[in-house]
Design a protein around this ligand. Sequence first.
Ligand code: SAM
Length: 200
Amino acid sequence: MLRKALERVLELPAVYDLNQFIGQPTVRRYTQLLVEEVPLSAGGDVLDLGCGTGATRRLIPGRYVGIDINPHYIASAKRIRSGGEFIAMDATKLSFPDASFDQVISVATTHHLDGEQLQAMALEALRVVRPGGALHIVDAILPVNPRDRAKAMFFRMDRGRFPRKLEDLVSTVSRAADVARTRVLNGPMHDVAYLSVVGP
Ligand SMILES: C[S@@+](CC[C@H](N)C(=O)[O-])C[C@H]1O[C@@H](n2cnc3c(N)ncnc32)[C@H](O)[C@@H]1O
């Protein structure tokens, strides 16, 4: 019951943003991986799946479209971010035509999706990305060192019900698409994984 109440509070955009602020050590690793791994250019079109209140917008030099299943987060993103398009949409059922974006990113969202949803999101991402592009997944994973109990504990306070070890994340996505590259950054709060996902 306490967990349900906490989850309802976290649904509020302002509380969610505060929570993201507290999680800065993890967010810094998300940013590092996006900047170092995603080919971003001023002329490129980028789709962000599960954009929340649009924190990633600032990293994208070209056209940015963020979608999220929570319409309150989208309303907040439209208010507080400049220069992006924000749309309430389910990442597993995208309404964009095929080959609409140069790159697709997804930050801190896979641990909110069960296996079927994650595979559906990967297939949809690869449908809407142009040839040569990829789905770039960045997310916190269960600690690489299983004795790292403090890191595992952060997931018990998380609304995402599907935290995964790196191997589980890769094998779940691999049932739908090819994982071309992985990278992990270790550090305080969460270990963070990057997956480059491409068409078969
Ligand atoms: C931890 S937040 C990350 C938000 C943002 N990417 C960031 O880094 O600040 C996870 C987001 O995934 C969204 N989400 C969960 N399931 C989704 C789905 N099926 N389609 C789109 N968004 C989804 C949630 O509403 C939430 O905003």
